[in-house]
Design a protein around this ligand. Structure first.
Ligand code: NAP
Length: 336
């Protein structure tokens, strides 16, 4: 039996996920869509040639009898409302990051899911599904580099729109590192600090760019992440784990090397959708398989909360410049 999806939000990633569900993955269909901009939902149905009903709002879509699973890809501030409604309706829900815009909102989702008594929520943190990050995790787990001591990361985008402001470097961008580094190191954060180097001329008055985020984990691992969202040259994700016995680096995306005119070239991606295209496919296929057997195994609402607690601390540090303590609440046995 196919999993029947209802998609809330048909913008960039909603449309891309609807494409992969209906054209790339197996065992699922898109049967319902909605967007505040109805035309966007209608044109998605048309462009992908979907047999899907267009709903006037997300709540009607969640209540629809033929929707088994909800895909929340609307604007971040609407996520909490739709995820809570899906849990209330007893439906599986895949929610793009952020799970909610505040840690308090994520907590309400965690509490609702625990009250429901069964996992229904998967958060769209796709990096743990990326083959490169999985190789890195294997190298650490199999003790190839000894105990990790430090991690150096960079998250660079060629450019961002004018609406992107200083806190978004944390809430929209760093949040992926906050999630994947917890998973990679099997650890939680105890402190965060954000410092601002000299600012690029390519930014605007409401965006301090670049930024350096310094994190410390419970085991004492020190992490530095450069977030540089107007780097101009490409979409470039770097991660280097320094251990007691050696260093393990995240593999570069596959690319041909060209030798020409006395120079050697390798392309660098510019589009985030292409950098993690396989990981997006695998994470959603995993969700579909989980729904089929009624057992989700992907990133949990607790992971969404943990990233949000750390993200809130980083934003506080952006404002004060201070080192902010991170106190993660104890993990409920439901998520162990
Ligand atoms: P987007 O292009 O702006 O699309 C969001 C869509 O949701 C827009 O069409 C928007 O309509 C619609 N919308 C807003 N509120 C709604 C509501 N109450 N009901 C129904 N539709 C609503 O944004 P995006 O880039 O796709 O991002 C969507 C979410 O995915 C964000 O939370 C983002 O952080 C996340 N995301 C994750 C990744 C990843 O790598 N995992 C990548 C990209 C995005 P209007 O435009 O008319 O407001």
């Amino acid at each position: 039996m196919k999993v029947r999806f209802g998609v809330i939000g048909t913008g960039a990633i909603g449309a891309d996920h609807a494409r992969r569900i209906s054209k790339v993955l197996t065992g699922a269909d898109v049967v319902a869509v909605t967007d505040v901009n109805r035309e966007s939902a209608e044109s998605l149905v048309h462009n992908l040639d979907l047999q899907a009903k267009v709903y006037g709002d997300g709540h009607k879509l969640i209540a629809a009898g033929d929707v088994d699973a909800v895909l929340v890809t609307s604007w971040g501030p609407t996520h909490e409302e739709f995820v809570l409604a899906a849990i209330e309706a007893g439906k599986y829900v895949f929610c793009e990051k952020p799970l909610a815009t505040t840690a308090a909102g994520c907590r309400r989702i965690v509490d609702a899911e625990i009250l429901h008594g069964k996992r229904l929520v998967q958060v769209g943190f796709m990096r743990p599904y990326d083959a490169g990050y999985r190789m890195l995790k294997k190298a650490i787990s199999e003790n190839e580099i000894g105990e990790p001591l430090m991690v150096h990361c960079a998250h660079r985008n060629p450019e961002v729109p004018d609406s992107y402001e200083t806190p978004m470097a944390i809430q929209d961008t760093l949040v992926h590192e906050l999630d994947v580094l917890r998973w990679l190191l099997d650890d939680d954060y105890v402190s965060a600090q954000v410092i601002f180097p000299r600012t690029t001329k390519y930014t605007h008055s409401k965006l301090a760019d670049p930024q350096i985020v310094l994190l410390e984990t419970t085991k004492g691992v020190r992490i530095d992440v450069e977030v540089f969202v107007n780097c101009k040259y490409g979409y470039d994700i770097q991660c280097s784990v320094v251990g007691e016995e050696g260093v393990a680096n995240l593999p570069e995306p596959m690319s041909i090397t060209t030798r020409k005119n006395a120079q050697r070239f390798e392309g660098i991606l510019t589009d985030w959708k292409k950098r993690f295209i396989d990981a997006y496919d695998v994470e959603l296929q995993d969700f579909i398989e989980g729904v089929k057997v009624r057992e989700l195994t992907g990133p949990t609402a607790w992971d969404g909360l943990a990233a949000s607690v750390a993200s809130d601390a980083c934003v506080k540090s952006q404002e004060s410049g201070e080192i902010i303590k991170i106190e993660m609440p104890p993990r409920p046995s439901f998520y162990r």
